[in-house]
Design a protein around this ligand. Structure first.
Ligand SMILES: *Cc1c(COP(=O)(O)O)cnc(C)c1O
Length: 838
């Protein structure tokens, strides 16, 4: 409750009250007319990049708002409706929030960081709840507007407020700091989220630390154990006491983390007993194994709760009950071609909205939303379910399927707003499943969102297993973090091109590109053939795409679809110029120089005349110069790679002499990027490394990547044989002992190389099972004699990293004398691709 008169508000925000009774009381503010307007609401008309809420002032009035805060003149307001005029409604909203925060007695703890802010906040609120009156910002309200709204809801009686702060570009944190004025702080980590708005990790760190620039002397700040942060925080003035996570003696420590049965793990935390900090009370705790990935985030919350005085037993109890709102979208394509997006990990407002937002990545497809409702919302339940209906409408959902009573509210709202769409209320999960089966077609994207541990999860499981026996998992977030890990090695001005030729190294180029484009970690995409680029464009990708192999016949497509063409021939350049004139838009080209790769490219001697010729052609823009290494992965060939660079540099210099200086110059792929620091120029082309696979051992020495893929098959059948029995074609294996042999549902057609016969192995229940006998087209035999718990249906890891097990693809390739590239890109279409974004 704000309890401020219009007159007071106008004064606080330095606005002019144009009409309305100035003594009427305002209790809360709203920025969105879709929300309910209670008594005493003030509508704040914000302007964004794509919208201007001033057009909703009339709607706010109709819905009972007492007045509006606006930046532009408003014609003929009714006498009982107040208009407060300000220069910037956003700044006014923030000023009001800052004012309200200052008059509340709560101690405020601010949380920022690249990942895990919301989980840390929710967890901290849960940990403090027993001992304090706590308030946490709702959902992930962490933006310029979100923080203001979160603060404006702060109750004067609250003891501790936990406020989340997020920024999307440099310069924003100052405003958040002025509003929040935190007493304490947590910085979860510095990843490279929203990378393009920022530049380097250091810059991000400096910007984020601004939130804590004016902590009071008795305040503190918890930082992760990160070298770069220690360095940077040393340079920031006026920081108070800093505690480094898991290192400061005043903080609880994580002693260990072990598996404790299926899906459970046990962690032991040690708490310092007092200021003297000897570790006494240890807390063993059984929690979900998937929490492991967010261990640091949870430890942040535990540490803060401890410093704020929550007793260890209360922390333990709350932690055991805490349910982190993880968002784990799984995406796959069914045989019918429909894209499934599943998140049945949990169901709460934040994750439901995140799930629906994933639909924006599929602009041209019919959208089907299957919703099982949200649990444990109490009084807010009906309201939150209506909001989901509104969001579904905004995302242009064509078919809404709901299951269960709570979601009926969503169905009603959706139907009201969008009567032309189809709304189906299913009585149970079987009905929903039958509907989905019937509906799902090639142009559909189907979002499934239901509560965890429900029939929903089992339905999704059935969809997945029916699809295919072998699944290729692609962890999208890891691809992103690999790219970021490599970006760390580059100067700030070096741009990133991700090569997604060969179906994105077997992963499906469109899916990977869509994700990376959305995450804004990539500046350019690259493909081998024009046809691959056409597919990406038709799939809705609007980012710049470089095509490596352009023929004359491709010229028109390149011009029409705004593709950047690699050229090494005059006739192709000429065709592109003609196509550009036809289309009426310049075509960008990169001239490729062959400095020793011996494939495409002009030889250095002809590079200058060709570049000059290109410059004479109308509507052709020479945007780049490039070359390609033949042996950058190999330290023994470094002097050769150096001569390649020397020749490239000579061409660059010769062209500069003539006043030809294309803005982009590039040479390095994964190997060059990681091994040859002078090969970066201002663009690098990353392929294999993005997937967390190393081109060679030498590259592995140079950078740490995380394997982002895993090929997993299943045991189709298990047989028992006595000793001395021949197995599979050609009798290339005889059992040496009484043996249990598992037949896996994968063969050389799928991409499991036949050369691995009697050489390779798979992992089942974390143990190695050798491949025995000839690998068949569709099946492979492995020995599970020493893995007695192996059963039909169990997963078998073929390569990659899956559920904590790993078989390095590089090792598999070495066994049969090939390279990891070849194995990745020869996986057959029969294998189900499953994308996990977390
Ligand atoms: C494939 C390719 C790349 C990427 O190579 P990786 O070793 O997979 O990183 C870069 N540039 C060109 C021209 C390529 O063909």
């Amino acid at each position: 409750m704000l309890n401020l008169s219009l007159h007071q508000i106008a004064e606080i925000v330095h606005g002019r009250l144009l009409t309305g009774r100035d003594d009427s009381l305002i209790q809360h503010v709203e920025t969105d007319t879709r929300h309910s307007f209670g008594d005493g609401a003030l509508f704040v008309a914000l302007r964004g990049a794509n919208y201007d809420a001033h057009i909703f002032v009339a709607e706010a009035m109709r819905r009972g708002a007492r007045g509006a805060l606006v930046e532009q003149a408003f014609e003929n307001p009714p006498p009982n409706f107040a208009i407060i005029h300000v220069d910037s409604t956003l700044r006014a909203l923030q000023t009001l929030a800052a004012y309200h925060r200052q008059r509340c007695r709560a101690r405020v703890i601010a949380i920022t960081g690249s990942n895990g802010k919301t989980i840390a906040k929710d967890c901290l609120v849960a940990l403090l709840n027993q001992n304090f009156r706590v308030y946490g910002s709702p959902g992930s309200y962490n933006s310029q507007v979100g923080v203001a709204l979160a603060l404006l809801q702060l109750d004067p009686e609250t003891d501790i407020a936990v406020i989340e702060a997020g920024i999307s570009q440099i310069g924003e944190m100052e405003y958040l700091q002025r509003m929040i004025r935190p007493d304490f702080g947590i910085l979860t980590n510095i990843g490279a989220a929203h990378f393009q708005g920022f530049g380097s990790r250091k810059k991000i760190a400096v910007e984020k630390l601004k939130l804590f620039a004016e902590l009071p002397p008795e305040g503190w700040l918890i930082l992760p154990f990160d070298e770069m942060l220690s360095e940077v925080s040393g340079a920031v003035k006026n920081l108070p006491q800093i505690y480094r996570l898991n290192h400061a003696p005043e903080l609880p420590r994580l002693l260990d983390w072990q598996s404790a049965g299926p899906n459970r793990s046990q962690l032991r935390l040690a708490f310092p007993s007092g200021p003297g900090a000897s570790f006494t009370s240890e807390i063993p705790l059984n929690i979900d194994i998937s929490w492991r990935e967010i261990a640091d985030t949870l430890l942040m919350a535990v540490s803060a709760a401890h410093l704020l005085g929550a007793p260890a037993p209360a922390i333990r109890q709350a932690l055991a009950q805490f349910n982190p709102p993880l968002n784990r979208l799984e995406i796959w394509k069914s045989h019918s071609g429909a894209v499934f997006i599943n998140d049945t990990y949990n169901s709460d407002p934040v994750s439901v909205h995140a799930c629906l937002r994933a639909l924006t990545r599929y602009p041209n497809q019919r959208k089907i939303f299957v919703f099982g409702g949200m649990a444990e919302l109490g009084d807010a339940g009906a309201y939150e379910h209506r909001i989901v209906g509104e969001e579904a409408c905004r995302q242009n959902v064509s078919v809404l399927l709901t299951v269960g009573e709570p979601a009926a509210e969503t169905a009603a709202t959706f139907q009201n707003l969008l009567p032309t769409a189809q709304t189906v209320r299913c009585r149970n999960i079987d009905e929903a499943e039958a509907h989905i089966e019937q509906l799902a077609g090639a142009n559909d994207v189907i979002v499934i969102k239901g509560p965890r541990h429900s029939h929903f999860e089992r339905m999704v499981q059935r969809f997945k297993t029916r699809l295919s026996n072998s699944v290729y998992y692609i962890r999208l977030a890891r691809i992103k973090s690999n790219i970021i890990a490599m970006k760390e090695l580059l100067a700030d001005d070096v741009k990133i091109l991700v090569m997604i030729k060969a179906l994105g190294y077997g992963a499906d180029a469109a899916q990977v590109a869509r994700y990376l484009s959305n995450e804004r970690v990539v500046d350019y995409f690259g493909v081998a053939y024009t046809s691959e680029a056409i597919e990406l464009r038709y799939g809705g990708l609007t980012d710049p795409i470089l095509v490596n192999m352009v023929r004359r016949e491709d010229a028109y497509d390149c011009a029409r679809l705004d593709l950047i063409s690699v050229v090494d021939r005059a006739d192709v350049a000429q065709a592109l110029s003609e196509a550009a004139q036809t289309v009426g838009r310049p075509v960008k080209v990169h001239l490729k120089v062959d400095t020793g790769m011996g494939r495409f490219g002009v030889l250095p001697a002809q590079a200058v005349p060709l570049a000059q010729y290109i410059c004479t052609l109308p509507m052709l823009e020479l945007q780049g110069l490039m070359t390609h290494f033949s042996s950058a992965d190999d330290p023994a060939a470094d002097s050769f790679s150096q001569t390649q660079l020397d020749q490239f540099n000579t061409v660059i210099a010769a062209l500069q002499q003539l006043g030809i200086d294309p803005p982009l110059k590039h040479a390095a792929a994964t190997s060059g990027l990681n091994r040859l620091a002078n090969s970066h120029y201002n663009l690098v082309r990353i392929g294999l490394g993005a997937f967390g696979v190393y081109p060679s051992e030498a590259v592995r020495q140079a950078v740490r990547l995380t394997c982002a893929v895993a090929l997993v098959s299943r045991i189709a059948e298990i047989k028992e044989y006595p000793a001395g029995v021949p197995l599979s074609y050609g009798r290339r294996f005889y059992t040496q002992r009484p043996s249990r042999i598992a037949i896996l549902a994968i063969g050389y057609h799928d991409g499991l190389r036949r050369a691995l016969t009697n050489k390779g192995y798979v992992k089942i229940h974390g143990q190695c099972a050798p491949i025995t006998g000839t690998i068949c087209m569709d099946f492979t035999l492995v020995d599970v004699t020493d893995i007695p718990q192996a059963q039909v249906g169990d997963p078998a890891l073929i390569f990659g990293e899956y559920n904590g097990d790993e078989i390095r693809l590089e090792d598999v390739a070495a066994l049969i004398d090939t390279i990891p590239y070849e194995i990745l890109c020869t996986l057959s279409p029969r294998i189900q691709r499953l994308y996990v974004s977390e």
